[in-house]
Design a protein around this ligand. Sequence first.
Ligand code: FES
Length: 106
Amino acid sequence: MSRILFVHHEGKTQEVEAAEGSSAMRAALTGGVSGIAADCGGEASCATCHVYVDTAWVDKVGEPGPDEDDMLEFTTCERKPNSRLSCQIRVDQDLDGLILNLPESQ
Ligand code: FES
């Protein structure tokens, strides 16, 4: 298990546990984190699981793949260099302590 800290737009934080191999999106939904809609269920086709990766974690999380990169053009809130779709962030031990910031809306 790894821990992920979600930081809401207004500053509230929620820490959840994430099983290795699952996605950050799945961990958020399982952990009751609001602010992740995940309408497509993790297929990288809805852009409603948008997060901003904390700048200290950007290198470890890595770059979006081509499909995710395309879909990030459709986020409700501004796309930034640290934008990712949380359904495409695979959790492993290296991401224990990951911090993800939630946009104002999805
Ligand atoms: S859940 Fe739809 S793009 Fe991530």
